[in-house]
Design a protein around this ligand. Sequence first.
Ligand code: GDP
Ligand code: K
Ligand code: MG
Length: 290
Amino acid sequence: MKAGFVNIFGRPNAGKSTLLNALMGEKLAIVSPKVQTTRHRIKAILTEKEYQIIFSDTPGIIEPQYKLHEKMMQAVKSALEDADVALLMVDINDNREECDQIFSALKLKVPCILVINKIDKASKEKIEETVAWFKDKPYAKNILTISALAGVDYEHFIKPIADLLPEGAPFYDTDEISDLPTKFFVSELIREKIYELAQDEIPYHTAVLIREFKEKQTLVKIIADIIVHRETQKMILIGEKGSMVKKIGTAARKDIEAFLDRKVFLELFIKVKPKWRDNELYLKEYGYGA
Ligand code: GDP
Ligand code: K
Ligand code: MG
């Protein structure tokens, strides 16, 4: 069988997390129209008879501005090191020159596939022209055009990737879908709702910590802290008479119930930890790197 690691790289909002979810048919990676939603490397394991592909979603490639950013770029770096195949993803309507600069700078030595995404938002001419523009780049020997949002299929997407992988034994049990614990996905689903519902800078100042995760007979009881920088942010996230945190909780609970396939009781607390994004101890506590 073919087995190996396929890591997805690209600028923020190229659609990397959307692709991972489309491949898995399950929401493993949170998605939002805001940049820098993904902070971790998230592995998703796709096992079939003929192949086991371990896809990694990574944070978008950016210049670090604070310690959390540095941790995010370390996640990118680790994914560069163990890839058997790299998927270099561009949004068809993004700036090509900037994508080209980033991909060239990665200096990848493994087989690469340029993945041109969001073709549902481009004309046939634009698609052809984009393919032609990238064709001679050294990292674009293989080019696939997709709409991650519409979904990808075996013949056009997975097979060309699997063909580039080495023969070998599977790395993970066939029933595993990720190397990350359930608690991680639960905290991410809460974080996604904050990206969806809170304005401006607040999502970027937020971390989520699962304090309690108890499986009871009929439901799962989850208590989580939402961490922010400032008292004013806390007030906004609580909202008038608690309306905001209630909205976040209701939306998150629905997704968590779908993910766990269980009834969920979810309780959220908002806490202030000044400058947590630049504090090694807090970063570690909230799950951002060693
Ligand atoms: P990431 O930052 O690269 O992980 O990008 P996301 O997966 O979070 O997606 C960023 C935004 O692009 C989200 O609003 C997605 O819904 C949207 N998006 C992703 N793929 C597609 C696509 O194929 N077509 C369209 N129209 N939108 C997409
Ligand atoms: K995003
Ligand atoms: Mg992402």
